[in-house]
Ligand binder design. Structure first.
Ligand code: SAH
Length: 373
């Protein structure tokens, strides 16, 4: 992203945009008109917004713009998945992934350059942490993906149905550690005048920052996913070090509170399947005991390997057995299909390029300071 003194409109949710246009002496409905251009029509140039008065366009162009992160590279998987590497500045990069399916298109976006949480099975963790993405950089990913995909799919479905139907904050970073920028971004995703996605189509995934889950319940009603990965505190603390601070019982209490508060359907619990670590039938039964009777679904994620990892993916029969144990105990469970692994775009494989600036990290750092492609 090139630096500029102009305000990036992609960083302003509706109320902030209304205040911005009011400062310029315009009426609030101008903000809605602007959002219509930016989000519905994907217009990136203020001068082209022809139903805005010429003077207003000129005035706005002086102080505002629509600016997305720059694309460094784009890779295309044989299964249709696409991964973009986007620059955060001249030396930093983060990634987003588009996963097309028959009935929907899911865009997986990042919330930070790197991550601080140090989960032992995640490739992003190895990179360390550099900085939070801004609201405009988070929203800019969706804006940019829609534009890129529209030009790609044009011949197939011009004027057809939406291409990006779902957005998941499951890329690089811990969204709730960047609460201040993520919440306005999620608002723009769900605003009727913004990307107009329903609350069930925007999912925020967290490793379990308990106080921020309570805060989130006050601010928005986005769908919640939680990276659980183990049925007991001892193992979870090893896999997801934040568990030492916020153990499972506290985490689950926060989840049920979120659902109550938001009148939500259920929390999705992500559970990465690690061979011989967390995939036994007894562990499935322990997991079922934790979740049974609560508004919960389990999404089993076959582990995606990356260079240097000590883990292996559970064999398919173990994954099926684990799922069946859950289902037999009345807990909804599905297995996530691995997509884009030939281009390292699958869950936990996003690496970008991160220059680690943290001195304190949770847990044990696996590989020291990493500067990787
Ligand atoms: N920090 C947030 C957002 C990342 S979401 C979170 O932890 O929820 C990415 C999802 O992929 C998480 O559920 C994460 O635990 C999972 N994941 C991480 N590394 C993985 C790997 N190597 N294979 C499969 N899933 C992985």
């Amino acid at each position: 992203m090139t630096s500029s003194a102009k305000t990036n409109l992609l960083g302003l949710p509706r109320a902030a945009l209304e205040a911005f246009v009011a400062d310029l002496g315009s009426k609030p409905f101008r903000a809605r008109q602007l959002m219509n251009w930016v989000y519905k029509r994907g217009e990136g140039s203020i001068v082209n917004m022809t139903d805005l008065a010429k003077d207003f366009r000129a005035q706005l162009s002086e102080c505002a713009e629509i600016r997305t992160p720059d694309i460094v590279t784009m890779q295309h998987s044989c299964d249709g998945t696409r991964k973009w590497k986007l620059s955060a500045d001249s030396s930093q990069a983060f990634e987003m992934v588009f996963i097309p399916e028959k009935e929907r298109g899911t865009l997986c976006i990042s919330s930070q350059v790197g991550c601080m949480l140090d989960c032992s099975f995640c490739s992003t963790a190895q990179q360390g942490f550099n900085r939070n993405l801004t609201t405009a950089e988070i929203v800019g990913q969706v804006w940019l993906a829609k534009k890129e995909l529209a030009s790609f799919y044009q011949t197939i479905e011009a004027g057809g149905p939406r291409i990006v139907t779902n957005v998941v904050l499951m890329g690089m970073g811990e969204p709730l550690a960047n609460f201040r920028n993520v919440v306005p971004a999620v608002r723009i995703l769900m605003d009727d005048y913004g990307f107009d996605l329903s609350r069930r189509r925007v999912t925020l995934s967290t490793s379990g920052l308990v106080p921020q889950i309570y805060k989130l319940a006050e601010e928005t009603n986005v769908a919640l996913a939680v990276s659980l990965h183990a049925p007991d505190d001892e193992l979870r603390s090893e896999l997801v070090p934040i568990n030492r601070k916020h153990p499972i019982a506290e985490l689950l209490a926060a989840c049920w509170h979120y659902i109550d508060e938001q009148n939500g359907r259920s929390v999705t619990f992500e559970y990465v399947m690690l061979d011989g670590v967390n995939d036994s039938p007894a562990q499935a039964r322990a997991l079922a005991a934790l979740l049974k009777g609560h508004p919960a679904k389990v999404n089993l994620i076959p582990f995606n390997p990356f260079p240097g990892t000590r883990y292996k993916r559970s064999p398919q029969p173990a994954i099926l057995k684990f799922r069946d144990e859950l289902i037999q105990r009345g807990v909804l469970a599905t297995i996530r299909r691995t997509r884009g692994d030939d281009i390292d775009a699958a869950c936990g494989q996003l690496a970008g390029k991160v220059i680690d600036r943290t001195t304190v990290r949770l847990g044990n750092k696996l590989f020291g300071v990493a500067v990787q492609q």
